[in-house]
Write a protein that binds this ligand. Structure first.
Ligand SMILES: Nc1ncnc2c1ncn2[C@@H]1O[C@H](COP(=O)(O)OP(=O)(O)OP(=O)(O)O)[C@@H](O)[C@H]1O
Ligand SMILES: [Mg+2]
Length: 455
């Protein structure tokens, strides 16, 4: 292990530099030396070290400034400051700004050895933790979809087995819950993965253009048809066709799509040739499709055709355990892509994220983290980096650490009721009060039973 650990020793005094390098070299470390801060920064930029030994007082930029500059290029490498007795206070100050430890001149080789070994071991443990966390995250991952929620895990296995067939899948869920991501996952997990994945946004299609968009047209089929054009369905042959916002499909197209799903055959507009196409259809909607069927705005027969395999994505507020997982995931992604050295979401900020009700679901969380990374002035995201509305108490579904007793009581009663389907007897038992008291509290707090969303 020692052989792989690279230590950069920075001291302007040659004898000190070589003594340190000799001692550490004898212990089996890979040692590089620099005679000043500038040289150290350059060497570090070329190839980062695992540990830094920095003399505090040097001509040019001193040890603390060298450390600061190395930190700004995004490194959290541990630093040992070396100082003379006279400047021991400065060494303490150096620890405050992020040095891991300090040594006082004349340096005692044994003390040096102990401190270095301690830091190297600590560093290795950290690295192992990061590796373990990554491994753990892998088990929560399914083709870019992250979740540790039990219902989502069930969806992953449903999707995994659905992908083996060519059955049509209908994905329902609120806006931003990951419907498109699931559609892509189905494609990538299937043996069609090498074929095309084409998405059609049904809401954006004008009824008049829709037919030729989907089915294509022959040359001369209508005035503007100067060339033969293949439709999306034909182009998706051997692949997957994703009908996004299927609830927005107009009545004529509903008929046309149904016919295609029944026969798997199509004719281009103005053409006679019948084409057989092999596509897997996946549809998604955030509108309550079943409700639309009852209303008569969406064809029942088409609904059944689409709904062979049904996936319901739960809103983020019903899988709060995913908030830290997704929050950290987006943080790492945006930090890497903006090259900002933001390492963590503080526990106060994470607390706010965990309690918010997320009407825009995962997409909203993604946007909030992106904004926070941009605004963040340190390596830590704090509540100040979050949008104002999230920090408002009424944004919290559960009472936070600054809530009144009454708010806590109200939130708790509401939660127990919801959890027990508003069964008063059972809720009262759990709360340890009698039914009449529970009724009084329900009236006092104006609690209402929210109707489950249709579908
Ligand atoms: N489980 C997840 N893991 C990682 N990223 C996710 C997850 N769910 C959603 N996302 C991300 O959140 C954003 C929104 O997801 P997506 O576009 O799939 O939602 P949607 O349900 O199709 O939304 P809409 O109804 O508004 O079209 C995307 O950037 C997506 O990558
Ligand atoms: Mg979408």
């Amino acid at each position: 292990m020692n052989g792989q650990t690279r230590i950069l020793v920075v001291d302007d005094e040659l004898h000190m530099r070589s003594a340190l390098a000799d001692w550490l070299g004898d212990e089996g470390y890979d040692v590089v030396t620099a005679a000043g801060g500038e040289e150290a920064i350059r060497l570090f930029g070329e190839r980062p070290a695992d540990l830094l030994l920095l003399d505090l007082k040097m001509p040019g930029i001193d040890g603390i400034e060298t450390m600061r500059r190395i930190r700004t290029i995004g490194s959290s490498v541990p630093v040992i400051i070396i100082t003379a007795y006279a400047t021991i206070e400065t060494a303490v100050a150096a620890m405050k700004v992020g040095a891991a430890d300090y040594l006082v001149k004349p340096v005692n080789p044994e003390e040096l050895s102990v401190i270095v070994r301690k830091l190297v071991t600590h560093q290795q443990v950290l690295q192992e933790n990061i590796a373990l966390r990554k491994q753990l995250e892998k088990s929560y991952e399914f083709h870019d979809l992250l979740s540790k929620n039990a219902r989502m895990q069930e969806i992953f296995s449903l999707v995994r087995s659905a992908a083996q067939s060519s059955a049509t899948v209908l994905i329902q869920g609120e806006s931003g819950t990951g419907k498109e991501l699931v559609a892509r996952a189905i494609h990538r997990a299937s043996d069609r993965a090498k074929g095309p994945f084409l998405a059609i946004s049904c809401g954006a299609l004008a009824e008049s253009l829709c037919e030729s968009e989907l089915f294509g047209h022959e040359k001369g089929a209508f005035t503007d048809a100067k060339f033969l054009k293949r439709g999306k369905i034909e182009l998706a042959d051997k692949g997957t066709l994703f009908f996004d916002e299927i609830g927005d499909l107009g009545p004529k197209m509903q008929v046309d799509l149904l016919r295609f799903l029944q026969t798997r055959e199509l004719q281009r507009v103005g053409g006679n040739e019948v084409l057989r196409v092999d596509v897997r259809v996946v549809a998604a909607t955030n509108r309550p499709l079943e409700h639309m069927v009852e209303e008569g705005t969406f064809r029942r027969d088409l609904y059944y055709r689409l709904n062979v395999i049904s996936v319901f994505l739960p809103p983020l507020r019903e899988r709060r355990e995913d908030i830290p997982l997704l929050g950290d995931h987006f943080l790492r992604w945006f930090a890497a892509h903006t090259r900002k050295n933001v390492e963590r979401i503080s526990s106060a900020a994470m607390g706010i994220l965990a309690r918010y009700h997320w009407p825009g679901n995962v997409r909203e969380l993604e946007n909030v983290v992106e904004r926070a990374v941009v605004l963040c002035g340190s390596n830590l995201i704090t509540p100040e980096d979050l949008p104002e509305p999230l920090r408002q108490p009424q944004a919290l579904v559960e009472a936070g650490p600054d809530a009144t007793l009454e708010a806590v009581e109200r939130a708790h009663i509401e939660r127990v009721l919801a959890h027990n389907g508003w069964n008063i007897q059972r809720s009262a038992e759990i709360l340890g009060i009698d039914r009449m008291t529970l009724y009084r509290k329900i009236r006092r707090f104006n609690l209402v039973r929210t109707k489950p969303v249709p579908g």
